[in-house]
Design a protein around this ligand. Structure first.
Ligand code: ARG
Length: 623
């Protein structure tokens, strides 16, 4: 689609061309922007106003029951009385192929599309954009006036589990949300680098090392490496908990915990980690084994989720030279100081925020904070990114990242700090409550798969359409999981309800797959083509069909707002809404006699569902 092609189409619909120009409009990617441009042009012809204001006064109600677009009258004309303005506009509103006569409601002027024009505009548009409908750039048809697009680089860091301990609900959320954010950026024309920053260094690995010395078994390791390591960690951690409790109690009571931490498992753990940091061969060899086993295990499991990474980095991979460099800078600038043997940054001396960040601990080992600081600098050097996103639970990380960004500013690296974003989500998850034992990603996926198997058995007709193969069950069970994760807004808690999400209720992944499969099956018997006669177009003016079309035209606006807010729930809710409106059309559909116009409507719907599913990382089970 080019501007010329688009204008030919619009001219044919009786609209004046060229398309009225507004700088904010992106008519080649968002069909609603075409409509906005014509509406703003009409407003400018009726009211004395600034064209940019006119364009910006047009809102998108989000819910088609409130019309397709709304003009916010006080925004259009600041001084005027909204009632008088509404009256004036409705009286003078010219006939236009795009709009029915507007009506006013409070401070809004509500605008509805003309049902007869909608499919004539939308079918060719969607048919032309195909898999790039909803993306930010026309694939291959790059707009040369915006050279920025397509060459900006974003690093997305996500999943990042700790290899000594179990895979938690927050890691599951990060994995799925992060992969989606990667897709979203990619679809908006960015070059995306996906990094998994494993928690593979630090004291927990030291504890695992101590555990290995006590509980490790070569035989059990050979049979189930990842599972055995998890058991070892659990055993040693059970022994360690009482010591941790004692140390915390001492601190809570204002006593020094140093004495407690100088002995027992505390001391053994720290000594093991110190050996790792000092490059002790045996300690490093064990760590390397643990890391390799986990990467192999995770790579396979992520593949089941359609997730992959460009790089398995991790805390262990941070360059010690960079850490030394950062420390040096911190010391030279007087930003960090020695305190009881550790090196700390006392934030209240440098910023309004209080608190202390530790750079090196008493034993001289690097800390999580120092490793993260050096990791940013390493990545910036390696990738020269334009943006980096950390997809990490809110938990203690909100403070961690704001400190990290602040330190970079204090080190005169504001430019780098400004490129970083922490995309957080609620860490509260029902997962540990719902699953009884040490959860590994593999078990979670298996549970979904067996629940899906049951659900398919209970719905033989749907299972029949979806194909009852093991592969189909696997795909649909992953869809169930992804749909659950991605339907939740980031700020909301993680529900983790396997039974609900593997059902075929509207809003679930299986339901989405089922609707998609139905469209595919209809389209097999009556393939769609765009050259419809006037009569055929006219057959689509019914309310159900029009409502569906009114939703389909919104899709690119949905993806763009999801891109701004980095939410997935927006897209998920939209797809559920599309399937809901589709169900009304299908209710009255005689599947043995699908007309060409109906086929085209279903094809456009199928296309939008497919694009949306792929953006969310969902593979259609049936094609
Ligand atoms: N491994 C950490 C955890 O499980 C998350 C890593 C977050 N990313 C980072 N750059 N600090 O809590």
């Amino acid at each position: 689609l080019t501007i010329a092609g688009l204008e030919e189409l619009l001219g044919g619909l009786g609209l004046k061309i060229p398309i009225p120009h507004f700088p904010a409009a992106d008519v080649l990617n968002k069909p609603l922007d075409i409509v906005r441009s014509y509406l703003a042009d009409i407003l400018c012809s009726l009211v004395e106003c600034d064209p940019v204001n006119a364009y910006n006064s047009i809102q998108w109600p989000g819910d088609i029951f409130n019309g397709d677009l709304a003009v916010v009258l006080p925004k259009l004309s600041h001084g005027a009385n909204p009632n008088d303005l509404a009256l004036d506009l409705t009286r003078k509103f010219p006939a236009c192929p795009l709009f029915l006569l507007p009506f006013s409601e409070g401070v809004h002027l509500r605008i509805m599309f003309k049902p007869e024009t909608l499919p004539r505009l939308l079918f060719p548009y969607i048919n032309d954009r195909k898999d790039s409908y909803g993306r930010g750039v026309s694939l291959g048809l790059h707009d040369p006036s915006s050279p920025d697009l397509g060459c900006k680089k974003v690093v997305v860091e996500f999943s990042s589990p700790n290899i000594a301990s179990e895979f938690q609900g927050k890691h599951l959320r990060s994995t799925i949300l992060g992969a989606y954010i990667g897709n979203l950026y990619e679809s908006m024309g960015w070059d995306v680098i996906k990094i998994n920053y494993l928690g593979d260094w630090g004291k927990p690995i030291g504890l695992l090392g101590v555990g290995w010395e006590k509980f490790g078994s070569e035989d059990q390791f050979q049979t189930d490496p990842a599972g055995h390591l998890l058991d070892v960690y659990k055993n040693i951690n059970d022994l360690f908990i009482p010591e941790q409790v004692a140390s915390k109690k001492a601190r809570d009571e204002g006593r020094d915990s140093a004495e407690i931490e100088a002995q027992g498992l505390f001391a053994e753990r720290n000594a093991f980690f110190k050996r790792m940091e000092d490059g002790d061969e045996e300690a490093v060899a064990l760590w390397k084994r643990v890391r390799d086993v986990n990467i192999e295990n995770y790579t396979n499991l992520y593949a089941r989720l359609n997730v992959n990474f460009d790089e398995y980095s991790g805390e262990s991979q941070v360059n010690p030279k960079t850490m030394a460099e950062i420390e040096e800078m911190l010391k030279n600038k007087g930003l960090c100081e020695e305190s009881g043997g550790s090196w700390i940054i006392d934030f209240k001396k440098h910023t309004v925020k209080a608190g202390v960040g530790i750079i090196r601990d008493r034993t001289g080992s690097s800390t999580y904070l120092l490793r993260d600081l050096a990791a940013v600098v390493d990545r910036d050097r390696k990738y020269s990114f334009d943006k980096m996103i950390y997809v990490v639970a809110a938990d203690q990380h909100t403070t961690h990242f704001s400190r990290l960004f602040k330190i970079l500013e204090l080190l005169d690296m504001s430019h780098l700090a400004s490129k970083l974003q922490h995309v957080h989500f609620s860490e509260v998850s029902q997962m540990s409550k719902k699953l009884s034992h040490g959860h590994m990603l593999g078990e979670i996926l298996d549970q979904y798969q067996s629940a899906m198997q049951e659900s398919m058995k209970a719905n033989p007709e749907k299972a029949g359409l979806l194909g009852d193969t093991e592969e189909a069950v696997a795909t649909i069970s992953i869809t169930a999981l992804l749909t659950q994760e991605l339907s939740t807004r980031r700020a909301n808690d993680h529900a983790f309800d396997i039974c609900q999400m593997t059902s075929f209720e509207p809003g679930t992944g299986p339901h989405l797959q089922y609707c998609y499969a139905r469209l595919c099956s209809i389209l097999k018997s009556e393939p769609a083509h765009t050259d419809l006669s006037d009569e055929e177009f006219a057959s689509l003016e019914g309310e159900d069909q029009t409502n569906l079309l009114r939703l389909l035209i919104q899709y690119p606006d949905i993806t763009h707002s999801a891109y701004k807010a980095l939410e997935s729930a927006t897209v998920m809710a939209y797809l559920a809404n599309v399937t809901w409106h589709l169900s009304f059309c299908l209710k009255s559909q005689d599947e043995t006699s699908v007309t060409p116009a109906q086929a085209m409507l279903y094809e456009a719907t199928r296309r939008v569902l497919e694009n949306g599913m792929k953006l969310l990382g969902i593979t259609p089970a049936v094609n």
